[in-house]
Design a protein around this ligand. Structure first.
Ligand code: CUA
Length: 333
């Protein structure tokens, strides 16, 4: 039944449980509105006939019923709000990967998608992911607004310059699925595509370890990016970036006090700000901290940090986050 409906609506076969649930809501909404449309059309036709002009006989006077109107209106409202609630829960589901999900960084730029792994692997246009495992994509853009759209997974998320957005999913079918850019971003927007490749657990482990499984060989031809982060993975690259732009002049990596708070154990921890507010130091917080450091001062420190908005590329920021994440696993003394 679902398959027939998908064919009728020209929807690609879903590759995750979440996608199947989204389809069910889609079918229920379409089915209900179709039934509603037919009911309204039939009633209209009947009334046309019933209240047609008959010689000189005046049409009988019709009076409305407030109760009937309110109950029909209320029922429709309940129905629509119900759909919204279900849809909203499905939307939240796409940002709700459990701890330990496989994290992959996605950078959009005119006009390609680049994917990077904490191990330092990076590739343009091909996104290998493991089957039956939670994956979290952390998206950003190097230039304008793009939108990462995978029809087979029924998910779409904007990639914004200077910000990080998330997309969580769990693919359960091996295969290759097209990715499109769904936000007009210039001349070659229509060609800004990529391919999601859902790999078996073994093949994916191979991929992360730096080998290339046979299924990927034809897809990867000429696409692997020379590894900027080959030496020690993304985290090591992040440390080099921090050294170069001067973060380490004011922040220590070993927990010792300095001009600014130490970076050891920062990532993912709760930070107390001036004024007593507490925030979690995740990629959102760190993005804000790099752009406008004095917007949220950590309790006990002075507002002396300059903005690093202009000095860091999207890739460098990703590398810094990865370095901080690696440090976050260690406890501050
Ligand atoms: Cu990128 Cu359209």
């Amino acid at each position: 039944m679902s398959d027939l409906l998908r064919q009728l609506l020209m929807l690609p076969d879903p590759a995750s449980e979440a996608a199947r649930e989204i389809d069910v809501l889609h079918f229920v909404v379409l089915g209900t509105t179709l039934v509603g449309f037919l009911a309204v059309a039939c009633v209209t036709a009947w009334w046309l006939w019933r209240y047609r002009r008959r010689g000189d006989r005046p049409t009988e006077r019709v009076t409305g019923s407030r109760r009937l109107e309110l109950s029909i209106g209320g029922a429709l409202l309940t129905l629509f709000v119900g759909w919204w609630v279900v849809g909203f829960l499905q939307y939240l589901d796409l940002q709700d990967a459990p701890e330990g999900a496989e994290e992959i960084y996605v950078t959009g730029k005119q006009w390609m998608w680049k994917f990077a792994w904490p191990s330092g692997r990076a590739v343009v246009g091909v996104l290998p992911v493991p089957v039956d495992r939670d994956v979290r994509l952390v998206l950003t853009s190097r230039d304008v607004v793009h939108s990462f759209f995978v029809p087979a997974l029924r998910m779409k998320q904007d990639a914004l310059p200077g910000r990080f957005t998330r997309l969580d999913f769990r693919a359960d079918r091996l295969g290759t699925y097209p990715v499109y850019c769904a936000e007009y971003c210039g001349q070659s927007h229509a060609r800004m595509g990529a391919t999601v490749v859902v790999l078996s657990a073994e093949d994916y482990a191979d991929w992360v370890a730096g080998r290339t499984p046979a299924t990927l060989v034809p897809l990867l031809k000429g696409r692997e990016v020379p590894d900027v982060a080959a030496e020690g993975g993304l985290a090591a690259e992040g440390r080099r970036v921090m050294q170069r732009v001067g973060c380490l002049a004011c922040h220590s990596l070993d927990g010792s006090p300095s001009v600014g708070p130490t970076l050891l154990g920062l990532y993912g921890s709760e930070v107390e700000l001036q004024g007593g507010e507490r925030v979690v130091a995740d990629s959102d917080y760190l993005t804000r901290a790099l752009r406008d450091p004095n917007g949220q001062i950590v309790a006990g420190y002075d507002p002396v940090m300059p903005s690093f908005e202009e000095q860091l590329s999207a890739e460098e920021r990703v590398a810094i986050f990865e370095a901080l994440r690696a440090l976050g696993d260690e406890e501050a003394p």
